[in-house]
Write a protein that binds this ligand. Structure first.
Ligand code: PPY
Length: 357
């Protein structure tokens, strides 16, 4: 476990706001990594951590990934993220009051940080935040928002998987390809549906048994136990649950040709992209392939895009990945490094314009 002061020194982000919410016992963090391309944007994650410092570090790392995500997707936003590090499940009133207090903190940042849904928060929670502040994307459609971004995140991941298969196998045809989806929640489930439709042999795994059972009953997918995921032979391993699922010690165990999924920060360290390259595994950098949620939220709500324009943005995830793979091959570097270079170039040329309304 790294020390907070070391991480703060290495982080390179702008600032982090920290607070403690007495009634819920939650620690509250808002990390703004970069406002170079626009207001820092990124979701509000509610999660229980081993220590409050783990929550802060998660917010900082996730905010950094948002900076890269926005830059690569060409969106006029910077990177930020919030973490509400809760001691456990909260009763509805306590949870609501925590969200209202978080909304107050978001509001104090005056639009320089804009939040949205993330792990364990949803459109209804964004509606709650909007009782206090306008700076939350992803409100429910009834309340003037664009609704859940999870289905479009899945569409973006699907395009990314197609592009990755095309690069690794010379054909984008998914028919018969074994694709393992780890985590079949709001993003993983629609992804599984698209993969099945495209003729892939889909394998699923989830710590929540009900979820895999319903997919097994409905679509006849293969099921593996969570503990067996990393050892399962497949063409594509798509981590779509929590991050940190691939540590350096796990890479020799992997039995896949491609890692391409929706999870934020699936590698316990970014530098492990190089280990994947050495192992002959094609890695779709998370902040590229999972940009569909940001494209949905910012496209509809900040840029006034039509559905067709959002769809074009989602298809662009595949195109961008193909370019990153070609760049990585040409330079003899990892795909992670190539993607970071693309983001760095966008950040270097980017000038912060007026914030979208
Ligand atoms: C993510 O894509 O990881 C998010 O956090 C979603 C998001 C994107 C842009 C603004 C708010 C939330």
């Amino acid at each position: 476990m790294p020390r907070v002061e070391d991480v703060l020194r290495q982080w390179g982000g702008e600032f982090a706001l920290t607070a403690y919410d007495e009634p819920s016992g939650a620690y509250m963090f808002i990390a703004i990594h970069s406002t170079r391309l626009g207001p820092g944007a990124g979701g509000t994650r509610m999660k229980t951590y081993a220590t409050p410092a783990d929550g802060l570090l998660d917010a900082m790392r996730l905010a950094e990934a948002m900076t890269l995500k926005m830059a690569v997707a060409g969106l006029p936003m910077g990177g930020g993220k919030s973490v509400l590090a809760v001691p456990g499940e909260l009763d509805p009133d306590t949870r609501r009051n925590l969200l209202l207090r978080h909304a107050h903190n978001v509001h104090m940042l005056g639009g320089n940080y804009r939040t949205g849904p993330d792990m364990n928060t949803n459109s209804a929670d964004m509606d709650t935040l909007c009782e206090v502040t306008p700076w939350a994307f992803g409100r429910s459609v009834d309340n003037g928002g664009s609704g859940s971004s999870a289905p479009d995140t899945a569409v973006g991941v699907f395009h990314g998987i197609v592009a990755s298969v095309g690069h690794a196998y010379g054909s984008e045809d998914l028919a018969g390809k074994r694709v393992l989806v780890q985590g079949v929640g709001a993003v993983g489930e629609p992804l599984v549906e698209m993969l099945v439709k495209a003729g892939a042999h889909v394998i699923v795994s989830d710590v929540t048994l009900d979820r895999v059972e319903s997919l097994y009953d409905r679509l006849g997918v293969e099921v593996v136990a969570p503990a067996s995921v990393l050892d399962t032979e497949c063409d594509v391993y798509a981590p779509c649950a929590t991050g940190g699922v691939i540590g350096p010690e796990d890479i020799p165990r992997l039995r896949c040709r491609i890692v391409a999924g929706a999870a934020n920060n699936p590698l316990s360290q970014r530098s492990d992209g190089e280990l994947l390259r050495e192992a002959g595994i094609l890695y779709a950098p998370d902040f590229v392939i999972n940009g569909g949620g940001a494209i949905h939220l910012i496209g509809y709500e900040a840029l006034g895009w039509s559905q067709q324009e959002v769809e074009r943005g989602l298809v662009g995830i595949g195109t961008t990945l193909s370019r990153i793979y070609a760049d990585a091959d040409a330079a003899g570097i990892s795909t992670e490094e190539a993607a970071e270079r693309l983001a760095a170039a966008r950040l270097a040329e980017g000038r912060r314009g007026p914030a979208p309304a």
